[in-house]
Design a protein. Structure first.
Length: 306
């Protein structure tokens, strides 16, 4: 068995050497690009966490010097005095409902567009895809008036209008649907149809086939696009800025709260607390991506290879 294991290791080493020889300079350039990209991403994150435990004199002094003492009171001050804890809770609520609504509606729309043929299906699919080419920033002013008018509806208006989390959730769902439908439509098309046909033969309804058969089979793609939606909605700033005014400060999301720390006092802003708040915003998304990294890669690979 030891000999077999050695042979397998040697075979893998030979395969790697063959790939390197085949790629030649391209392999070295790709590795160099990955190193540069890693530095561009990692260095600002490391500097942010380093500045979050420094005093302001140390922040504006030697940028890369280590702090004399770990000033964890910066984190406590950002959490309590700057109300980052409340803003983070608001972000969690909005992103949770926004992502859940996006995945529910997006997966159902993608499944129908991928597995059923009907008049106008192609036009509907292209309509969803066209949303990818339309920057949401061009629609901020019309979006403001649309959400304001929705707020005048009877019964539900006060819950989905301006300065409400419900209105922000609806906009997040609409903002995230084009990419979700585009990605999942391609993924559902790769799934085998024989399993669904067998379920129909057994008397299952269309809804049951979708939720109990096809959706579990699409789990890698669902997990991948869910993480992308969480990241995109968590980092959103312009949309909350337009839909949640200063009069509804208790409903602000985390990005608004962080911006407020830097602008509330002008040049006398609490920079140490600002970097601590940035660290609090980065940590949850860093943890989510670290935990689900393999699922994201599996989903992207499965969608590309099937």
């Amino acid at each position: 068995m030891i000999a077999q294991a050695g042979t397998a290791v040697a075979g893998r080493g030979a395969a790697r050497a063959l790939r390197r020889a085949r790629l030649g300079p391209l392999s070295a350039l790709s590795h160099l690009a990955l190193v540069v990209w890693t530095l561009l991403v990692a260095v600002p994150i490391v500097w942010t966490f380093l500045a979050s435990v420094k005093s302001e004199d140390e922040i504006f002094g030697d940028a890369w010097s280590l702090p004399a003492t770990l000033r964890l009171d910066n984190w406590a001050r950002a959490w309590d005095q700057a109300h980052v804890g409340r803003y983070m809770l608001n972000s969690v609520v909005v992103v949770a409902f926004g992502t859940a609504g996006t995945m529910l509606l997006g997966s159902m729309a993608a499944y129908v567009l991928a597995r059923y043929r009907f008049r106008g299906s192609r036009a509907i699919y292209l309509l969803f895809v066209s949303g990818l080419a339309f920057p949401v920033y061009l629609a901020l002013t019309p979006l403001f008036f649309v959400v304001r008018n929705i707020g005048s509806l009877p019964l539900v208006g006060p819950f989905i209008g301006l300065d409400t989390h419900g209105g922000l959730v609806l906009v997040y769902i609409a903002y995230s649907l084009p990419f979700t439908v585009f990605f999942l439509t391609a993924f559902f098309r790769t799934l085998p149809g024989a399993v669904a046909e067998a379920a129909f033969v057994d008397g299952a309804s269309h809804a049951r086939v979708f939720f109990q058969v096809m959706l579990p089979m699409a789990r890698p793609g669902i997990v991948s696009i869910t993480i992308f939606n969480v990241l995109g909605q968590w980092n959103q700033y312009q949309i909350p800025l337009v839909l949640l005014s200063g009069q509804a400060k208790d409903k602000w999301v985390l990005t608004q709260g962080i911006a407020d720390i830097s602008t509330a006092a002008g040049y006398d802003a609490d920079w140490a607390a600002l970097f601590a708040a940035l660290g609090m915003a980065i940590l949850p998304m860093l943890a989510v991506y670290t935990v689900f990294q393999r699922q994201i890669q599996a989903g992207l690979t499965a969608g590309a290879l099937k």
